[in-house]
Design a protein around this ligand. Structure first.
Ligand code: ZN
Ligand code: ZN
Length: 818
C-alpha cells in the first residue's frame, strides 16, 4: 500500500519534537566553528492573530533560515513583538480592556500560530518591546542620545490628529490626513522631544554604498526622503530696516532673475516688517488661517495666495530693490523660511508672479533659442546659457551653479551650501501605551535624566487612557510626582511616551544578548552575530523603520558600542497578499486568514501556496491562486505524490539508479540551490515537482531512486519542513532533523547541458553551424541562426521572407519566394 500524506497526523508531532530537541536554538558554543548566519525577519505587531502578510513574510524568512542551516551555518533566527503603540491602545479602548491584556493575549496567540506553522525560531531570544525588561533599555538608549544632545526638546508646530488625540510625525500624515484613522490633521504648537537625525543626514546617504543588496526602489525612497540638495546661501538686506535675511537656493545661477522676495508666514521678521511697511492689519487673516492649517497640507498650498509687506529686499548681486511678500507656499521648516523669487525659472514663483502681476525676467535661455517673458506660459527650469547676468553672461547652466556659489563667497554675499529635506525625528506621543520618556522636569534644573539605576521608569497600570488631548500619564494622581534627581526637591516626570519606532529601532541588537541585564546588549555578542546576514520584511517599512534603525546603529557606533555602521547590508521585501486585485480589509469583506488554511490542509500547504505563487517580492493575489477553498490545493496533491515516491523508492531499496535520473537529480540540486540564493522559491518548487515526476517514472519503469529521493526530501525542507522531516526521519530512517542535515551537493560533470549541432542555411545552402542546447526553442534557434556570422554574411542585408525551423537541428532562412 502506498504511503498516505496527512498533514494533521505529522505536523503537530514534529512541532513537539523540535521543541523537545531544541532544534532551532542558535549555538553559542565557542568550539562550534560553523560560520554564523543571522536570519532576521521584521517582527510583527501583535494586533490579532497572524494574517496573510505574516504567513507570506515568515514562509520566506523561514526558508532563508532553513536553507542556510543546511548549508552548514550556525543560524540565529529570532522572533519578537513590536508590542507598544496606538493600535493596541485603540483596540483596548474599543473592547473595554487594558492594552497590556490585549497585547499579551495576542502575543500568545501569534506565538502559538508560529509554532503550529513550524517556524524555525530560537524561542530563547524572544523580545517584547512592552516588557519592562526591554523598555528599560529603550529608555537607557534615549538617555545616551540625550547626553550627546541627540535628543532635545523644542516648541514646534506639529501635526495633531484630533481623533487619535496625539501628535503625528510628518511621515504619518498622508495627504493631510492621519495615516492611522484618515482624519484631517490639524496643526498645534507643542513642546516636543526630537532626535537629531539630521546630524546624520550626510552619513545616511554616504553609507548607502554599503547597501549593495538592498532593493533599488528602497534605496531611491531613502535617498529622496533625505533629499540632499546643493546650492548656496545668499544674504539679502531689507532696505527699510537694514535686517539681513539669509536664503538658501539650489539655483544661485538665477540670482539675476530675482523680481520679488517671499517670507513664510511664521518667519520671525514678518511681524516687525509688517509694522514698518504698514501692513500688519492686511496680513492678519493670512496668519490666522495658516496657524490653523496642518503642516503637511501646507505643502500643497495655493501658490497664488500672498500679501505684500510694504518693504523691499536688496539683491546683493546687482543692488536691485524688489518688493517683499508673505505667502503660505513658502514653508518655515524648509530652507530658511524666506526665498528669493525667480519667476522665469521656478514654477511656483511663476504662478505667484502672474497672479500678482509681477515682472518676469529671463536669465537662462535655451541653447540657440530665445524665449520671451511676456508670452511664457510656464517657468523654464532646464539647462541653457546665462543672460542678463552681469559677469556670468554666456556661462552654461547648470555647470555655472558651483562657479556662481564660489563667486558669492569671494564677494561676501553668501557661500556654497547643502540642505536636506530630512527633518529631526519627533518622538514624543501624548498617549499611554508606550515607553515613558525617562526625564524629570525640575523648576530649578530643567530637564534632568532619570539615573540609569532607576530604570525602567515603569508605565503604571492604573491609568485612564482614554484620549483627552494631554498625555494620560499626566492625569494619574501620583505617578508624575517625583523628587529631582539633582536637588531632591519636588519635580515632575515627563508624561509623554515614545514613538514605537524608537522601540523597533534597536530590537535586532537585543536578540544577540537575550536577558543580559548590564546594557541593551553585550558588545561581544553583537560582534559575533552582526551585521545581520539577511533582513526580510515588508516594503511599507522602506523609509521610516529602516532609516531609524540605520540612525541608531550609527549613533551606537559613535558611542563605541559596536563596530559597524549599517545593521543589515542585505534586505529583501516580500510582496503583499492581496485579494481580487485589492488589498484585504474588513470593509471590503475579503479577508482570508492563514490559520484556517493551516488547520484544514496543513502548514506545509500554506507555505507552499505562498512561495509557489510567484517571485517572492511580487504581490500574491490569493483569489487567483487559491480557487475553491474546499478543494484540495495542487501543492497538497503534490506532497501526496512526493510521499508515495519517496516511500516507494525506499521500498525499492539499493537498486541501481538510471543515469537519466541521476542527471536529473543533480540538475535539480544545482537549480534549486541557485534559486534559493536568489529568493526564487517559486521556480525552486517547480524544479522539485519535475524531479518528483522523474522519480515516479523511474520507479514505474523498475529502476531505483533512493539517492534522488533523499535529495528531493532534503530540498523540500525549506518550503515544507514537516513533510520533509517526516520522510527524512521516518521513511529514510535518519535520526536527526533536516535542520542539521547537509544540503545536497551536485556533481558539475553531471549538469553539463547536452548540445547538438544546429545547421544554418540561407536559401537552402549551408552557411554556418552552431553548438546549441538540445532543448533549444524554435524562437531561440532562429535568433541564433540570424545572428550567426555565416548567415549575416550570406544575407548581406537582404530581407528574410520565411524561416524553416527544425529545432534543434536545422534553420533555413529564405530570402525570396520561390
Ligand atoms: Zn488619527
Ligand atoms: Zn532640581
Amino acid at each position: 500500500m502506498s504511503r498516505r500524506y496527512d498533514a494533521s497526523e505529522i505536523e503537530p508531532k514534529w512541532v513537539k519534537v523540535w521543541e523537545d530537541e531544541r532544534t532551532f536554538e542558535a549555538s553559542e558554543d565557542p568550539s562550534d566553528d560553523r560560520q554564523r548566519f543571522y536570519a532576521l525577519d521584521m517582527f510583527p505587531y501583535p494586533s490579532g492573530d497572524l494574517h496573510m502578510g505574516h504567513a507570506e513574510a515568515f514562509s520566506g524568512g523561514d526558508a532563508v533560515a532553513r536553507f542556510q542551516a543546511m548549508r552548514g551555518h550556525n543560524v540565529m533566527h529570532p522572533i519578537g513583538w513590536d508590542a507598544f503603540g496606538l493600535n493596541a491602545e485603540n483596540a483596548a479602548i474599543k473592547r473595554g480592556t487594558h492594552p497590556s491584556e490585549w497585547t499579551y493575549a495576542n502575543i500568545e496567540q501569534q506565538a502559538a500560530s508560529f509554532r503550529r506553522m513550524g517556524m524555525s525560531f530560537d524561542w530563547t531570544r524572544v523580545v517584547r518591546t512592552c516588557d519592562p525588561e526591554y523598555y528599560r533599555w529603550t529608555q537607557w538608549l534615549f538617555l545616551r542620545l540625550f547626553e550627546r544632545r541627540l535628543a532635545y526638546r523644542k516648541n514646534a508646530p506639529v501635526n495633531w490628529c484630533p481623533k487619535d488625540q496625539t501628535v503625528l510625525a510628518n511621515e504619518q500624515v498622508i495627504q493631510g490626513c492621519c495615516e492611522r484613522c484618515g482624519t484631517r490633521v490639524e496643526r498645534r504648537d507643542l513642546t516636543q522631544w526630537f532626535f537629531r537625525i539630521t546630524d546624520y543626514a550626510q552619513r545616511l546617504l554616504d553609507d548607502m554604498d554599503e547597501l549593495t543588496e538592498w532593493p533599488e526602489r528602497v534605496i531611491t525612497m531613502q535617498r529622496n526622503w533625505i533629499g540632499r540638495s546643493e546650492g548656496a546661501r545668499v544674504t539679502f538686506t531689507i532696505e527699510e530696516t537694514g535686517d539681513e535675511v539669509e536664503i538658501f537656493t539650489t539655483r544661485p545661477d538665477t540670482l539675476w532673475g530675482v523680481t520679488f522676495f517671499v517670507f513664510a508666514v511664521e518667519h520671525p521678521l514678518v511681524k516687525e516688517l509688517a509694522e514698518v511697511g504698514g501692513t500688519a492689519e492686511a496680513i492678519r487673516p493670512l496668519q490666522e488661517r495658516v496657524r490653523a492649517t496642518a503642516l503637511t497640507a501646507r505643502e500643497e498650498a495655493d501658490t497664488k495666495e500672498g500679501v505684500e509687506l510694504g518693504v523691499h529686499a536688496i539683491n546683493p548681486v546687482n543692488g536691485e530693490r524688489v518688493p517683499c511678500f508673505v505667502a503660505p507656499y513658502v514653508l518655515m521648516g524648509y530652507g530658511t523660511g524666506a526665498i528669493m523669487a525667480v519667476p522665469a525659472h521656478d514654477d511656483r514663483d511663476f504662478g505667484f508672479a502672474r497672479a500678482h502681476d509681477l515682472p518676469i525676467r529671463i536669465v537662462i535661455q535655451p541653447e540657440g533659442k530665445r524665449r520671451d517673458a511676456a508670452t511664457m506660459t510656464e517657468a523654464y527650469d532646464h539647462e541653457g546659457v546665462m543672460v542678463n547676468s552681469g559677469p556670468f553672461d554666456g556661462e552654461r547652466s547648470p555647470g555655472s551653479i558651483a562657479k556662481v556659489a564660489r563667486w558669492l563667497q569671494e564677494q561676501g554675499h553668501g557661500e556654497p551650501a547643502v540642505t536636506f529635506r530630512l527633518r529631526d525625528w519627533l518622538l514624543s506621543r501624548q498617549r499611554y501605551w508606550g515607553a515613558p520618556i525617562p526625564i524629570v522636569h525640575c523648576p530649578e534644573h530643567g530637564e534632568v535624566a532619570v539615573p540609569d539605576d532607576q530604570l525602567p521608569v515603569l508605565l503604571p497600570d492604573d491609568v485612564d487612557f482614554q484620549p483627552g488631548g494631554e498625555s494620560p500619564l499626566a492625569r494619574h494622581p501620583t505617578w508624575k510626582r517625583v523628587a529631582c534627581p539633582v536637588c531632591g526637591r519636588d519635580a515632575e516626570r515627563d508624561t509623554d511616551t515614545m514613538d514605537t519606532f524608537v522601540d523597533s529601532a534597536w530590537y535586532f541588537f537585543r536578540y544577540c544578548s537575550p536577558g543580559f541585564d548590564g546594557a541593551p546588549f553585550r558588545r561581544e555578542d553583537v560582534d559575533r552575530w552582526m551585521p545581520a546576514d539577511q533582513y526580510t520584511g515588508g516594503v511599507e517599512h522602506a523609509i521610516l523603520h529602516l532609516l531609524y534603525c540605520r540612525f541608531f546603529t550609527k549613533a551606537l557606533f559613535d558611542m563605541g558600542s559596536i563596530g559597524f555602521v549599517e545593521p543589515f547590508p542585505k534586505l529583501m521585501n516580500q510582496g503583499q497578499v492581496i485579494y481580487g486585485g485589492a488589498s484585504m480589509s474588513k470593509t471590503k469583506g475579503n479577508i482570508v486568514e492563514p490559520m484556517p488554511i493551516v488547520e484544514r490542509w496543513g502548514a506545509d500547504t500554506m507555505r507552499l501556496m505562498m512561495l509557489f505563487a510567484g517571485p517572492f517580492e511580487d504581490d500574491i493575489d490569493w483569489k487567483l491562486i487559491a480557487g475553491d477553498p474546499n478543494r484540495r490545493p495542487g501543492v497538497t496533491s503534490w506532497l501526496g505524490r512526493v510521499f508515495s515516491a519517496v516511500d516507494d523508492a525506499v521500498k525499492r531499496g539499493e537498486v541501481e539508479e538510471p543515469a537519466e535520473l541521476v542527471r536529473a537529480a543533480h540538475k535539480a540540486i544545482k537549480g534549486v540551490t541557485e534559486d534559493c540564493e536568489r529568493f526564487r522559491y517559486n521556480t525552486a518548487i517547480s524544479k522539485l515537482m519535475v524531479l518528483t515526476n522523474e522519480i515516479r517514472s523511474t520507479l514505474d519503469a523498475g529502476g531505483g531512486a533512493l539517492e534522488a529521493a533523499r535529495a528531493l526530501t532534503l530540498m523540500l525542507a525549506p518550503f515544507a519542513p514537516f513533510a520533509a522531516e517526516e520522510l527524512w526521519r521516518v521513511d529514510l530512517g535518519e535520526s536527526t532533523s533536516t535542520w542539521t542535515a547537509s544540503w545536497p551537493r551536485f556533481d558539475p560533470t553531471l549538469v553539463v547541458e547536452e548540445t547538438v549541432t544546429l545547421v544554418i542555411q540561407v536559401d537552402g545552402k549551408v552557411r554556418d553551424k552552431l553548438e546549441v542546447a538540445a532543448d533549444i526553442s524554435e524562437g531561440d534557434a532562429v535568433e541564433a541562426a540570424r545572428s550567426s556570422a555565416g548567415a549575416r554574411r550570406a544575407l548581406d542585408g537582404r530581407e528574410v521572407v520565411k524561416e524553416i525551423v527544425r529545432a534543434p537541428r536545422l534553420v533555413n532562412l529564405v530570402t525570396r519566394t520561390t
